[in-house]
Structure formats: structure tokens, C-alpha cells
Design a protein around this ligand. Structure first.
Ligand SMILES: [Zn+2]
Length: 199
């Protein structure tokens, strides 16, 4: 069951919502949406260990085979496009030797941004399942979704809020920790930089 029901229904015409009381799409064979999201969360934990923002994604075939996975790698790869979704799509492309994924679903811990949403549509994924909403940069339901209503000639479904609370907490913890580290660094710097009386 989804933990968070999306309230905002002004989603892109290019996406069909399964999140507002309609029947949930069936999870690929051998999985539940929650178990797939746990895999994506594991990927997110890898990102955090590597000093990246903890977002993870998996690409799964309808038959149940995991064909791609990935996590944020922007900092270590010096690559602004290395978001978890793109890394997972590149991985799936190598696995399936294709760039179109109509038999696959992406499961990602955070609502995709505009760049990743464009790639998801171009990749012709069957559907996308995300955990936490990104109210600032999310492009499926949260912002700029109208951009995608006419730019792409495809239509895919989405479902948001799968383990949404846990996915949101993972990110909140990460940013809270990073804020604390920055404050500690600033305090350390101000201590070093402050003029001291030598007696
Ligand atoms: Zn993205």
C-alpha cells in the first residue's frame, strides 16, 4: 500500500496517475512495489556512502528481472547528468542492448526532476514508481509537469508515495546531517580565523 496519497491532481497529461484510489498496477512477477523500493533505497544508501545525495533507482522488467540499477554519481563522476534515474537507464541499456524500455518500469526513491522525466519519456518506459515527492524540482506532479504535456508523444503511468515517508526521511536525515557538518565547519573556521591574544 502507498503510504502517501498524492493530493495534487494537476499532473501532466502525459502521465496517468494510479495514486488516487484507483486500482494499483500489478508489481512485476516475484516482487511487491515495496520490495522494489527497498532495492532503490539500498542504492540510495550507496550514494550516501559515496558522499552523494541519497537517491537510488532500479529498472525492472514486467517479468520481474532487474535489468538496471543506479544511484546519484554527479560529484564523483563530475557529471551533472549522473542522476540515479539516468545511471539506472544507462545500466538497463547495457543489459538489454537497447535504448527503449517499453517492457520496463522504473522505481526511484524521489520524484524525478525535469531532466530525468524527459529521459523517462524518451526511453518509453512503461511506468514510473517513486517514493518521496520533490516539491521543488519534481517534474511529474510537483512542478513544471505541464512542460511535458505537449513536448512528448508518449504516455506512461506513474504511482507516487510507495514507502514515501521512509524515502523522505532518508533525505531529510541526510540534509540535516550535512547542515550540522557545515555549521561545525563554520564554527571551526571562525575559531581558527578569530584573532587571539597571545599572553
Ligand atoms: Zn533527475
Amino acid at each position: 500500500m502507498c503510504e502517501i496519497k498524492l493530493q495534487d491532481e494537476s499532473f501532466s497529461k502525459r502521465f496517468t496517475s494510479y495514486s488516487s484510489g484507483s486500482i494499483q498496477p500489478k508489481a512485476p512477477a516475484g516482487h511487491s512495489w515495496e520490495s522494489l523500493m527497498e532495492m532503490a533505497r539500498n542504492e540510495a544508501r550507496c550514494a550516501q556512502k559515496e558522499g552523494e545525495v541519497p537517491v537510488g533507482a532500479v529498472v525492472v522488467e514486467m517479468g520481474g528481472t532487474i535489468v538496471g540499477f543506479g544511484h546519484n554519481r554527479c560529484i564523483q563522476d563530475h557529471d551533472i547528468s549522473a542522476h540515479a534515474e539516468i545511471v539506472a537507464l544507462r545500466c538497463a541499456g547495457q543489459t538489454l542492448r537497447t535504448y527503449r524500455f517499453s517492457s520496463c518500469i522504473m522505481v526511484v526513491t524521489l520524484e524525478p526532476c525535469a531532466m530525468c522525466t524527459a529521459c523517462i519519456l524518451n526511453a518509453r518506459l512503461n511506468g514510473v514508481v517513486f517514493g518521496a515527492r520533490d516539491h521543488r524540482a519534481g517534474a511529474i506532479v510537483s512542478s513544471c509537469s505541464e512542460t511535458f504535456s505537449s513536448a512528448f508523444g508518449v504516455r506512461i503511468w506513474y504511482m507516487g508515495g510507495v514507502l514515501g515517508l521512509l524515502c523522505a526521511q532518508d533525505l531529510q536525515r541526510f540534509f540535516a546531517q550535512r547542515r550540522c557538518e557545515r555549521i561545525e565547519e563554520e564554527l571551526l573556521c571562525s575559531t581558527i580565523m578569530s584573532p587571539q591574544r597571545i599572553s
